[in-house]
Design a binder for this molecule. Structure first.
Ligand SMILES: [Zn+2]
Length: 255
């Protein structure tokens, strides 16, 4: 992480603040617990800021604290209900405004036309890029200067077969592994995903996550989410896959 530490912490604080504000509208005990853990890491990072007054100086030990913060942030989707994801995506640019829109490729799932939103912040936070599908919800939210990220997902999952999600982030220039979480989850409000995996990815090296698809269909199990962190800054991606067909044999009528 080579960004000014205090600025990065300011972005983390804004993200936490927006998420905490959402609890006033819709309480969520699991999300509140995650926010308490985020605040603890955040406070620890403040303690380690250099006290020279030079806020652009490298902090003494940012990586361990930033990693602990990021891993906690990435764990939110593993323990909370489905609505917490949309709240995180919104919180990441809650203190931003849309500067302009550009047309981008249609939704790969439903072909709806989409725009790339360019968000800037009056607080000086990193600009963000956001893409929504008008029918399917958030597809992308990431810092505008984030390293390139490519995700390959299977066109259609098969019941009982593993779902392989290949993630490639960056070009290999950075010297720090990137915490990355992948979730397979249904739309429902159940807590946690159907399956999820976490790895620290070497920049420039593809990593394949393996998620389990149930042998028997789960309604609306059609979301794959990839969340990764660059220091205190988060990138969110959501993909849709075709729902599993219900291929169980129907019971013969009773006679
Ligand atoms: Zn769509």
């Amino acid at each position: 992480m080579n960004r000014p530490h205090l600025a990065a912490l300011g972005e983390a604080a804004a993200f936490e603040h927006a998420l905490r504000a959402s609890l006033r509208i819709r309480p969520d005990a699991e999300l509140a617990a995650c926010l308490d853990r985020l605040r603890a890491h955040h406070t620890a990072a403040l303690y380690h800021l250099p006290d020279t007054g030079n806020t652009s100086a490298e902090p003494h030990e940012p990586r361990d604290i930033a990693r602990a913060w990021a891993e906690t942030a990435l764990s939110i989707s593993a323990t909370t209900s489905g609505g917490a994801y949309a709240r995180q995506v919104a919180a990441a640019h809650a203190h931003h405004r849309v500067q302009h829109l550009t047309r981008t490729d249609p939704c790969p799932y439903c072909r709806a036309p989409r725009h790339r939103e360019h968000h800037t912040s009056r607080l000086g936070h990193t600009p963000r890029t956001v893409i929504h599908c008008p029918r399917r919800g958030p597809a992308l939210s990431e810092p505008a200067d984030a390293p390139a990220c490519t995700v390959d997902i299977p066109p259609a999952p098969h019941p009982g077969a593993p779902v392989l999600v290949r993630v490639l982030i960056g070009t290999g220039d950075a010297d720090t592994d990137i915490p990355c979480a992948v979730h397979l989850r249904p739309r429902t409000t159940r807590h946690g995903p159907h399956d999820h995996a976490f790895a620290s990815i070497a920049p420039g090296t593809p990593h394949t996550f393996t998620l389990a698809m149930p042998a028997r269909p789960i309604p609306e199990l059609d979301r794959i989410r990839v969340i990764h962190a660059d220091g205190f800054r988060l990138s969110f991606r959501q993909f849709r896959v075709p729902c599993l067909p219900d291929d169980r044999p129907t019971a013969p009528p009773r006679t």
